[in-house]
Design a protein around this ligand. Structure first.
Ligand SMILES: Cc1cc2nc3c(=O)[nH]c(=O)nc-3n(C[C@H](O)[C@H](O)[C@H](O)COP(=O)(O)OP(=O)(O)OC[C@H]3O[C@@H](n4cnc5c(N)ncnc54)[C@H](O)[C@@H]3O)c2cc1C
Length: 347
């Protein structure tokens, strides 16, 4: 055994990066190992934080608490990397049809969505955006430059000798560390230690395009979305596929997203710049999962951020780092312990 740092983090996506910073801030020594060219979903993330999401207009899990904390973290990181990371974004949630509109109005009467609804419109709020069934203007959303953050932190970790890219697995196995934390996103499903967890991962594709005759600084969303990027480009997505989880972008994905773009901005000419594919790590109950392996107690997992990594990764990282260093209990809602029965009964 080689004497290693206090902690070994597997994966330099958003969660692994934030966890390394949190652990170091509490005085621990950390090495991150990342196996490129595995697909890092943080690099294809649109970086959106939206209070209301999905077909049922659900409030995002602990939105106020996790977003307030996330913004404070991204603000500090903006200073660390010398680049602004946060842009507040209005979201136009455009109704797809009358059923979609009815679903919203029923939910709206409960009052829970009220703080985030700035307007309910029957005519499109933008001359180039199609909204034949109307929609709502959602406030309190943000865009975070997640890709830029990951690239900058990669450089930062390389310069501080904390990042190993494609190290010899035998070398890692022989490192004597207090804990190895698997921040490997959807790849945790392939891990010898955590494959028994109830993953229902999904692969998603996006398209990046230019549209010189179109301008909006709002996110458009009718179930599929177009999000403005800082570069003046737009990103559109996303598909959901439950097979070929780590496949690169496909022709079918390209066709589907191109059609979605046309439903949102039918009159606009677009020039496709690139296509991307990533895999969301999703647990059966759609909550993140963090904690210690039931038997191999030096192995920990932090995964299952779904489509909400930008919003919840800072909170999860902070929570986990305290548990690793100060042994504080893990919130039941996100603890691995809720799946212990699965461990005991898996083949
Ligand atoms: C198309 C798409 C769009 C999305 N848009 C949004 C959005 O707008 N807003 C939002 O909040 N979320 C979005 N998400 C989800 C978001 O990407 C994730 O929630 C989040 O980035 C996951 O971060 P992570 O660090 O857990 O995993 P990842 O970012 O996937 O990082 C895992 C890392 O682990 C590495 N790795 C894998 N196996 C090993 C191993 N054995 N050893 C070492 N390293 C390993 C990989 O190389 C990778 O770098 C989107 C996802 C997709 C697919």
């Amino acid at each position: 055994m080689n004497q290693g740092p206090d902690f070994l983090i597997l994966g330099q996506g958003l969660l692994g990066s934030l966890l390394a910073l949190d652990l170091c801030a509490q005085g621990a020594s950390v090495i991150i190992a990342d196996f490129a060219p595995r697909r890092c979903s943080s690099l294809v993330s649109a970086g959106m934080m939206d209070p209301i999401s999905g077909q049922r207009f659900a409030l995002s899990w602990r939105y106020e608490e996790t977003t307030t904390y996330a913004l404070s973290v991204y603000e500090k990181l903006s200073s660390l990397i010398g680049q602004p990371l946060i842009t507040p974004r209005t979201i136009y949630r455009i109704f797809r049809d009358t059923n979609d509109s009815d679903t919203f109005h029923k939910k709206y009467t409960s009052g829970t969505l009220t703080p985030y609804i700035a307007d309910i419109f029957t005519h499109s709020p933008h001359p180039d955006v199609a909204a034949p069934f109307g929609g709502v203007t959602i406030q309190g959303g943000y865009h975070i430059e997640v890709g830029q953050l990951i690239h900058s932190l990669r450089q930062y970790f390389i310069e501080s000798n904390q990042l190993l890219i494609n190290p010899d697995p035998a070398f890692l196995e022989n490192l004597n560390v207090k804990a190895t934390i698997h921040c490997t996103g959807a790849y945790a499903h392939l891990s010898h230690y955590f494959s028994w967890l109830p993953f229902r991962n999904s692969r998603g594709e996006t398209i990046i395009f230019d549209a010189p005759d179109f301008y909006t600084d709002a996110i458009l969303n009718n179930g599929n979305w177009i999000a403005p990027m800082k570069t003046g480009r737009y990103r559109a997505g996303a598909t959901y596929a439950w097979e070929s989880l780590f496949h690169p972008p496909t022709e079918a994905g390209y066709i589907a997203i191109s059609a979605h773009i046309k439903t949102l901005i039918p009159k606009i000419n677009t020039q496709i710049m690139s296509t991307e594919s990533g895999t969301r790590s999703i647990m059966a109950d759609s909550r993140p999962v963090i904690g210690q392996h039931p038997i191999h107690s030096t192995h920990w997992v932090a995964s299952g951020l779904g489509s909400k990594g930008t919003q919840i990764a800072p909170f999860i990282s902070s929570h986990l780092s305290k548990s690793l260093i100060k042994n504080t209990p893990i919130d039941d809602e996100i603890s691995i312990n809720r799946f212990l029965k699965k461990y005991l009964t898996h083949p």
